[in-house]
Design a protein around this ligand. Sequence first.
Ligand code: AMP
Length: 739
Amino acid sequence: MRFPFALISSSVSFGLNSSSRLTSRHLYPLSSKSQRSTLTTFFNWQPPMATAEESLRRALADKQSAVEAQGNAVRALKAAKASKPEIDAAIEALNGLKLEKSSIEKQLQAAVSGNDGDAALSREAFRQAAVNTLERRLFYIPSFKIYRGVAGLYDYGPPGCAVKSNVLAFWRQHFVLEENMLEVDCPCVTPEVVLRASGHVDKFTDLMVKDEKTGTCYRADHLLKDFCNEKLQKDLSVSAEKAAELKHVLATLDDLSAEELGAKIKEYGITAPDTKNPLSDPYPFNLMFQTSIGPSGLSPGYMRPETAQGIFVNFKDLYYYNGNKLPFAAAQIGQAFRNEISPRQGLLRVREFTLAEIEHFVDPEDKSHPKYSEVVNLEFLMFPREEQMSGQSAKRTRLGDAVSKGTVNNETLGYFIGRVYLFLTCLGIDKDRLRFRQHLANEMAHYAADCWDAEIECSYGWIECVGIADRSAYDLRAHTEKSGVPLVAAEKFLEPREVEKLAIAPVKKELGLAFKGNQKKVVEALEAMSEKEALEMKAALESKGEVEFYVCTLGKNVPIKKNMVSISKEIKKEHQRVFTPSVIEPSFGIGRIIYCLFEHSFYTRPSKAGDEQLNVFRFPPLVAPIKCTVFPLVQNQQYEHVAKVISKSLTAAGISHKIDITGTSIGKRYARTDELGVPFAITVDSTKDVTIRERDSKLQVRVDVEEAASVVKSVTDGHRTWEDVWANYPHHTSGSADD
Ligand code: AMP
C-alpha cells in the first residue's frame, strides 16, 4: 500500500496541499485513473505504522477512559457513603489522571501543529504584514477593486510590474539567450480542435460541488481536505484509527473519483462552508474559458490554459527554422487562463496568470545534454519518490549523483533541474526553502518518463512553482494524429543501413472483389496493423487460410483470406531514421515565483526610536523594482541641482531610480524606499561628494558626485559586490544612515 507520509504531514501542518487536483500535467492519467479506480481500492487500506501522534491519540483515548472509570468510582464511593479518607484518595487519583490527560493533550496539540503551536500563528501574522505592505505599496492589487473585485484576478501596480518585468528579463537571459532557444508568441484564443487534440476539452477538469440552495460552487477536494485538516488539528478526541483514516484521505485526495469524493463528503456530513446547506454530488467542471471565434458563433474556441500547445503546433516550422536539427528548444511567455472553481491564496491560485514555458525537443534515444557538466556538481534539496513514500524528508543531494543513480531519468531533465535551481536562487529565493520534488506514480501521466516540481516554501506551505517534466513524445503524436501533419524529426545516416522491415501488401484486386465499396477501408486497416498484429495474422492465415479481421472504420469484422494480403519480412536500405521527438518541458508559474520571492524577501526591523516596526524587501538588485533613490539631504538649490545631475547620469546608464526632493526627514525617506526594496540610496549632502547607502546593512560610503552613478550601476549590474564597494571607498561615519 502506498502511504506518502511526507505529503500528509505537509498538508496537515500547513493546512494546504498546493497541487491542483487536475492540471494539464496530469491531464490524462488522473481521469483515466479515476475511471479505473473503484471504491474497493479506496476502502481496502490498512492503518499505517504507529507514529508519535498516533501513540499520543491512543494514550489520550486510554486516559479519557481511565478518567471516566475513576469518575464513576468516586461517584460509587460517595453513593455507598464510603469513609472520607477513601473518597479523598479516589478524588486525588482522579485529579492525577486528569492532569496526565491534560499533559497528553498538550503534547498532542504540539504534535498535530508540527510541534510548533505558535508557528501557524506567526506564519499568519507574517503573511498579513507582507501582504498589507504589498497591497499598500501597489505591488499588486485585486482587479476591479472599485467594483468589489473578482476572485482570482489581480493587477500588478508600478513596483509589481517592474519586478515582473525584471523576472521575465532574467528568464529570457538565463534560458532563451543562454540556450539559443527559439522564442514564439502565439495567440491566447485557441480553436477548439487544438485543445481537443491535446486532451484539454475532455479532461481539463476539477470536481465541483454546489450548495443545493444558493448554487455557490466549491472544489469538492478542497472541502474534503479542509474538513480532514481541521479535524486532525482541532479535534483532539479523534481516535488514532480515525486520524489515520483522515490522513489516508488527504494522501489519496488526488486519486478519488467523483463517486468516491461524493461518498466521503456524505459520510463525513460535510456541508456548504458559508451556509451549512447540503451539497450536490461532485461533477467535473472544465477549467477552460470558452469563447467563439468570429461573429457567427460557429467556430468554438477557448482561452488557452497553457502556452505549450502553441509551440507544439508550430513544431514542423520551428524544426525547419533550426536547420532540421535536434535537440532544440522553443520558449514562450504569455498569459494562461484557468477558470479556477474557488481561487484562494492570493497570487498563488488565480484565473489568469503568466506562464513561461520551454519545450526542449530531443531524440528519445539520446537524452544527453552538451552543457550537463555545468550543473553536475550543484547540491540542493531533492525529494525523490521513494523518500516521500517512506516518510523521509528532502535531502541535500548532488545533482550528478541523482542522475547517475537514475533517480532523475536523464541528463537533459537533470540539466534543466539544475538551471531552474540557479534561476530561482539568483532571483532571491532562499535555497533552504526550495526543493525539487519528484512526482509520485499517481501524479504522473502514463506517458511521462519523469516529472519534478520546483516547490518553494512560503507561509502557505510548499508551493509548486515550476514543473519540469519529460513528457516523452505524447504531445507531438497527439497533434500528428489529429492534424494529419507529421510532427517528426529525422536522423540522416552517414551510410545507408540495412534493416529488416515488415511489408504488408494488401492485394487490391481480391479485396475489391470481396468488399466492393468497402475495399479502401479494409486496405487502410490492413496497412495500419502493428507488427505484432500482422505477424499474428500471417501465422493464422498460414494455418487456417482465413481470419476474422476487425475494421474499426466499418465497425465490424470482415473475413480475410490468404490471397488478399501478403505479409513478409524484407531487408531494406534506409537512409534515415524518422521518429517523434521527446519533449522536456520546464513550465514556470511567474506569479507564484514572484509571490514566493516577495515572502522570502520581506522582513521587519525596529525604527531608530524603537517605537515601530519598519518593513523591508531585501530584493537583490536584479529584481528590485527601482535600483536607486537620490535624495538631497536638505531642501537647498545646490543639492537639488547635484541630485538632478546624478539622476541624469543614472538615466543615461539605464538605472531605474527615483528622485525625492521633498523636505521629509531622511529617515522617513529611507523607510519609504526600503518598503519598495530599493537597494541603494544616494544622499546629496555636499556638492563634491555624496553618500551611497546599502538597504540591508544601512552602511554608507562616500563617493565623488561624478562617480556615483557608475558605482551604483556596477553593483546593480552585478559587476561588483557591495562588499567590494565598502572595501574601496571611504566610510561615512556621521551616525546612523537613518539619522
Ligand atoms: P501546470 O500546467 O498545471 O503544471 O502548471 C504550470 C505552472 O503554472 C505551475 O507550476 C504553477 O506554477 C502555475 N499555475 C498553475 N495553475 C495556476 C493558477 N491557477 N494560478 C497561478 N499559477 C498557476
